[in-house]
Design a protein around this ligand. Structure first.
Ligand code: MLT
Length: 211
Protein backbone atom coordinates (compact mmCIF):
# COMPACT_ATOMS: atom_id res chain seq x y z
CA UNK A 1 0.00 0.00 0.00
CA UNK A 2 1.34 3.47 -0.70
CA UNK A 3 -0.17 6.84 -0.06
CA UNK A 4 0.10 10.53 0.63
CA UNK A 5 -2.40 10.42 3.44
CA UNK A 6 -1.71 11.08 7.12
CA UNK A 7 0.54 14.02 6.18
CA UNK A 8 3.44 11.94 4.80
CA UNK A 9 4.06 10.13 1.54
CA UNK A 10 4.56 6.61 2.82
CA UNK A 11 4.42 2.88 2.21
CA UNK A 12 2.61 0.46 4.43
CA UNK A 13 3.17 -3.30 4.11
CA UNK A 14 0.72 -5.33 6.22
CA UNK A 15 2.19 -8.11 8.33
CA UNK A 16 1.31 -11.73 8.89
CA UNK A 17 2.41 -11.91 12.54
CA UNK A 18 -0.63 -11.22 14.63
CA UNK A 19 -0.10 -8.51 17.23
CA UNK A 20 3.54 -7.88 16.28
CA UNK A 21 4.95 -4.37 16.73
CA UNK A 22 5.39 -2.76 13.30
CA UNK A 23 8.72 -1.44 12.08
CA UNK A 24 8.97 2.29 11.42
CA UNK A 25 11.52 2.55 8.60
CA UNK A 26 13.38 5.86 8.32
CA UNK A 27 15.64 6.32 5.29
CA UNK A 28 18.86 8.29 4.98
CA UNK A 29 19.46 11.60 3.18
CA UNK A 30 18.47 11.31 -0.48
CA UNK A 31 16.46 8.15 0.14
CA UNK A 32 12.76 7.49 0.06
CA UNK A 33 9.98 5.32 1.46
CA UNK A 34 11.03 2.31 -0.65
CA UNK A 35 14.66 2.14 0.50
CA UNK A 36 14.41 0.11 3.69
CA UNK A 37 11.45 -2.15 2.87
CA UNK A 38 13.58 -5.17 1.94
CA UNK A 39 15.84 -4.61 4.96
CA UNK A 40 12.74 -4.48 7.20
CA UNK A 41 11.40 -7.69 5.67
CA UNK A 42 14.74 -9.42 6.18
CA UNK A 43 15.14 -8.25 9.77
CA UNK A 44 11.63 -9.06 10.96
CA UNK A 45 9.77 -11.31 8.52
CA UNK A 46 5.99 -11.02 8.74
CA UNK A 47 6.01 -7.79 10.76
CA UNK A 48 4.02 -4.80 9.38
CA UNK A 49 6.20 -2.10 7.83
CA UNK A 50 5.47 1.60 7.95
CA UNK A 51 7.83 3.69 5.85
CA UNK A 52 7.38 7.48 5.50
CA UNK A 53 9.38 9.78 3.23
CA UNK A 54 11.18 12.68 4.93
CA UNK A 55 9.56 16.01 4.08
CA UNK A 56 12.59 18.27 3.96
CA UNK A 57 14.37 18.67 0.64
CA UNK A 58 18.10 19.42 0.60
CA UNK A 59 19.09 20.07 -3.01
CA UNK A 60 16.22 17.81 -4.01
CA UNK A 61 17.19 15.06 -1.53
CA UNK A 62 14.54 14.04 1.01
CA UNK A 63 15.52 14.22 4.71
CA UNK A 64 13.62 14.10 7.98
CA UNK A 65 14.81 17.51 9.24
CA UNK A 66 16.89 20.48 8.13
CA UNK A 67 20.59 20.81 8.77
CA UNK A 68 22.75 23.90 8.61
CA UNK A 69 25.89 21.93 7.73
CA UNK A 70 27.09 18.33 7.96
CA UNK A 71 26.26 17.26 11.53
CA UNK A 72 24.92 20.72 12.49
CA UNK A 73 21.18 20.53 12.88
CA UNK A 74 18.41 23.13 12.78
CA UNK A 75 16.99 22.27 16.19
CA UNK A 76 13.71 24.19 15.81
CA UNK A 77 13.04 22.35 12.58
CA UNK A 78 14.07 19.03 14.14
CA UNK A 79 11.59 19.51 17.02
CA UNK A 80 8.77 20.44 14.65
CA UNK A 81 9.46 17.53 12.29
CA UNK A 82 9.75 15.06 15.17
CA UNK A 83 6.34 16.22 16.43
CA UNK A 84 4.84 15.80 12.94
CA UNK A 85 6.32 12.33 12.60
CA UNK A 86 5.07 11.29 16.06
CA UNK A 87 1.58 12.41 14.98
CA UNK A 88 1.92 10.43 11.74
CA UNK A 89 2.90 7.32 13.71
CA UNK A 90 -0.10 7.68 16.05
CA UNK A 91 -2.53 8.21 13.15
CA UNK A 92 -1.04 5.39 11.07
CA UNK A 93 -1.37 2.97 13.98
CA UNK A 94 -5.05 3.77 14.12
CA UNK A 95 -5.59 3.76 10.36
CA UNK A 96 -3.81 0.46 9.74
CA UNK A 97 -5.06 -1.18 12.91
CA UNK A 98 -1.56 -1.81 14.21
CA UNK A 99 -0.75 -3.59 17.44
CA UNK A 100 -0.99 -2.07 20.88
CA UNK A 101 2.80 -2.03 20.97
CA UNK A 102 4.34 1.12 19.44
CA UNK A 103 6.66 0.61 16.45
CA UNK A 104 10.30 -0.38 16.54
CA UNK A 105 12.19 2.30 14.61
CA UNK A 106 14.80 1.18 12.09
CA UNK A 107 16.70 4.19 10.82
CA UNK A 108 19.79 4.80 8.72
CA UNK A 109 21.90 7.95 9.04
CA UNK A 110 19.53 10.94 8.90
CA UNK A 111 16.64 8.51 9.55
CA UNK A 112 18.50 7.08 12.56
CA UNK A 113 19.03 10.60 13.87
CA UNK A 114 15.30 11.21 13.55
CA UNK A 115 14.60 7.91 15.33
CA UNK A 116 16.88 9.06 18.18
CA UNK A 117 15.04 12.40 18.27
CA UNK A 118 11.69 10.56 18.54
CA UNK A 119 13.04 8.49 21.44
CA UNK A 120 14.27 11.64 23.20
CA UNK A 121 11.29 13.94 22.49
CA UNK A 122 8.32 11.58 21.96
CA UNK A 123 9.27 8.42 23.84
CA UNK A 124 5.73 7.01 23.75
CA UNK A 125 5.80 6.83 19.96
CA UNK A 126 8.35 3.97 19.82
CA UNK A 127 8.95 0.72 21.71
CA UNK A 128 12.56 0.20 20.55
CA UNK A 129 15.10 1.61 18.10
CA UNK A 130 17.68 0.17 15.73
CA UNK A 131 19.93 3.06 14.81
CA UNK A 132 22.40 2.57 11.98
CA UNK A 133 25.09 5.31 11.93
CA UNK A 134 23.46 7.72 14.37
CA UNK A 135 24.70 10.70 16.40
CA UNK A 136 23.18 12.84 19.18
CA UNK A 137 20.45 14.87 17.44
CA UNK A 138 19.74 17.06 20.48
CA UNK A 139 19.84 16.88 24.29
CA UNK A 140 16.42 17.46 25.83
CA UNK A 141 16.06 18.84 29.34
CA UNK A 142 14.71 16.94 31.19
CA UNK A 143 15.65 13.61 29.67
CA UNK A 144 12.73 11.27 28.94
CA UNK A 145 12.21 8.01 30.86
CA UNK A 146 13.19 5.23 28.46
CA UNK A 147 13.20 2.44 31.02
CA UNK A 148 11.61 -0.35 28.95
CA UNK A 149 13.21 0.67 25.68
CA UNK A 150 15.90 -1.35 23.92
CA UNK A 151 18.20 0.43 21.50
CA UNK A 152 20.86 -0.93 19.17
CA UNK A 153 23.36 1.62 17.86
CA UNK A 154 25.21 0.08 14.92
CA UNK A 155 28.32 2.23 14.45
CA UNK A 156 31.15 2.09 11.93
CA UNK A 157 34.69 2.48 13.32
CA UNK A 158 35.73 4.13 10.05
CA UNK A 159 32.67 6.34 9.60
CA UNK A 160 33.81 9.82 8.46
CA UNK A 161 30.33 11.34 9.01
CA UNK A 162 29.42 9.92 12.42
CA UNK A 163 32.62 9.68 14.45
CA UNK A 164 33.09 6.97 17.09
CA UNK A 165 32.89 9.69 19.76
CA UNK A 166 29.48 10.75 18.46
CA UNK A 167 28.15 7.17 18.54
CA UNK A 168 29.51 6.77 22.05
CA UNK A 169 27.89 10.06 23.15
CA UNK A 170 24.51 8.89 21.85
CA UNK A 171 24.85 5.55 23.65
CA UNK A 172 25.65 7.39 26.89
CA UNK A 173 22.76 9.84 26.51
CA UNK A 174 20.17 7.14 25.82
CA UNK A 175 21.63 5.04 28.64
CA UNK A 176 21.31 8.00 31.03
CA UNK A 177 17.64 8.19 30.06
CA UNK A 178 17.28 4.55 31.15
CA UNK A 179 17.29 2.76 27.77
CA UNK A 180 18.93 -0.65 27.45
CA UNK A 181 21.56 0.32 24.89
CA UNK A 182 23.79 -1.98 22.87
CA UNK A 183 26.58 -0.18 21.01
CA UNK A 184 27.79 -2.49 18.26
CA UNK A 185 30.91 -1.64 16.24
CA UNK A 186 31.74 -2.85 12.76
CA UNK A 187 34.92 -2.28 10.73
CA UNK A 188 33.01 -0.20 8.21
CA UNK A 189 32.44 3.39 7.17
CA UNK A 190 29.09 5.17 6.85
CA UNK A 191 27.70 2.42 4.60
CA UNK A 192 26.42 -0.78 6.18
CA UNK A 193 28.43 -4.01 6.22
CA UNK A 194 27.49 -7.67 6.62
CA UNK A 195 28.49 -7.43 10.29
CA UNK A 196 25.98 -4.62 10.83
CA UNK A 197 23.21 -6.71 9.36
CA UNK A 198 24.12 -9.77 11.39
CA UNK A 199 24.10 -7.90 14.68
CA UNK A 200 20.86 -6.16 13.68
CA UNK A 201 19.23 -9.53 12.95
CA UNK A 202 20.35 -10.95 16.30
CA UNK A 203 19.10 -7.89 18.19
CA UNK A 204 15.80 -7.81 16.31
CA UNK A 205 15.16 -11.52 17.00
CA UNK A 206 15.46 -10.83 20.75
CA UNK A 207 13.33 -7.66 20.65
CA UNK A 208 10.52 -9.20 18.60
CA UNK A 209 10.53 -12.59 20.41
CA UNK A 210 7.12 -13.30 21.87
CA UNK A 211 5.54 -10.24 20.28
C1 MLT B 1 22.31 14.01 9.27
O1 MLT B 1 22.33 15.04 8.63
O2 MLT B 1 21.32 13.57 9.86
C2 MLT B 1 23.61 13.29 9.38
O3 MLT B 1 24.65 14.15 9.15
C3 MLT B 1 23.71 12.13 8.47
C4 MLT B 1 23.40 12.45 7.04
O4 MLT B 1 22.24 12.48 6.69
O5 MLT B 1 24.32 12.63 6.26
Amino acid sequence: MSGRELGFIHRFVPGTRLGAAPLLLLHGTGGNEDDLLSLGQALAPGVPLLSPRGQVLENGMPRFFRRLAEGVFDLDDLKLRAQQLARFVAEARERYDLADVPPIAVGFSNGANMAAALLLLHPDSLSAGLLFRSMVPLVPDPLPALDDVRVLIAAGRLDPIVTPAQSQALAELLGQAGAEVTLQWSNAGHGLSGDDLESAERWMAVVTAGR
